[in-house]
Ligand binder design. Structure first.
Ligand SMILES: [Cu+2]
Length: 260
């Protein structure tokens, strides 16, 4: 697999259309294979091991109002769930990632009795994690999107903690990379998996954290419809990540627990 990823990287590194996507997940020592757009769909769709919604190609979505912005196109649901305890990490695994600029976000949506019949475009999503510009200026600074890349052929790893206080249940998890290296032409790379969250929490985010995709983003958002190559951007060292505030399950506790 390592040799394959090196070959893929070598073949794509010089290409102008070098996109990508979320290939696998790990929880603890357990590896969960995701959908692979380079493999035969018939050998993946409906398989008992499948935990990720189908993304048919590595190409980005360009329109914030695209009906498949939630879980990519076509987003066909898997039969299975990744089991995880609230408070544990899930790590998204990319074989390679080449774009350097733009924010990365992770979202959850409660499914109710099953995630299989849930339409990702109508459920309520809440953001649990985000990272954008870490240092420097907008066009040339260090973004998380650049920092998480590996150029030695090893996979790019994106670990995120499921909020400890989250009430147990079936959830979709949505990872989104937004790449803004082409002026006024944002590229969205969303992938979704199904989670079975256990634990003893009983919290759920307030109404103002709940969003839909499409719906969460405006086409006029200055963080989305952006030209990063202006003189102004060279002198800008902050970037507001779109989609509103994160909910990590700790906000309420921290209010009453200063310094703990
Ligand atoms: Cu690309």
């Amino acid at each position: 697999m390592l040799a394959l990823s090196l070959a893929v990287l070598a073949s794509l590194a010089g290409s102008a259309v070098a996109h990508g996507g979320l290939a696998n997940y790990t929880v603890g020592d357990t590896w969960y294979r995701g959908y692979d757009p380079d493999e035969d769909p018939a050998e993946q769709l409906g398989q008992a091991w499948m935990i990720q919604r189908q993304w048919a190609s590595i190409n980005p979505i360009f329109d914030v109002l695209d009906p498949f912005l939630a879980c990519n196109n076509p987003g066909t649901p898997p039969p299975s769930y990744i089991p995880i305890r609230a408070g544990d990490n899930i790590t998204a695994v990319y074989w390679y990632w080449l774009h350097p600029v733009g924010p990365m976000t992770v979202w959850l949506a409660a499914c109710g009795d099953s995630c299989i019949n849930v339409d990702p475009a109508t459920v309520q999503w809440f953001k649990i994690w985000e990272a954008g510009l870490l240092s420097g200026n907008v066009p040339e600074g260090m973004w998380y999107q650049k920092q998480f890349q590996n150029w030695d052929g090893s996979p790019d790893l994106w670990p995120v903690t499921i909020p400890l206080n989250l009430k147990p249940g079936l959830y979709m998890i949505r990872h989104e990379i937004l790449s803004i290296h082409i002026e006024n032409k944002p590229q969205f790379y969303p992938e979704c998996a199904h989670l079975n969250v256990s634990g003893t929490g009983h919290d759920y985010p307030p109404e103002d954290h709940l969003k839909t995709f499409p719906g969460a983003y405006s086409p006029f958002d200055p963080s989305i419809n952006i030209d990063i190559y202006t003189d102004e951007m060279k002198n800008t060292t902050t970037y507001e990540i779109p989609g509103g505030p994160i909910w990590d399950g700790f906000a309420i506790r921290d209010k009453y627990c200063l310094g703990c």
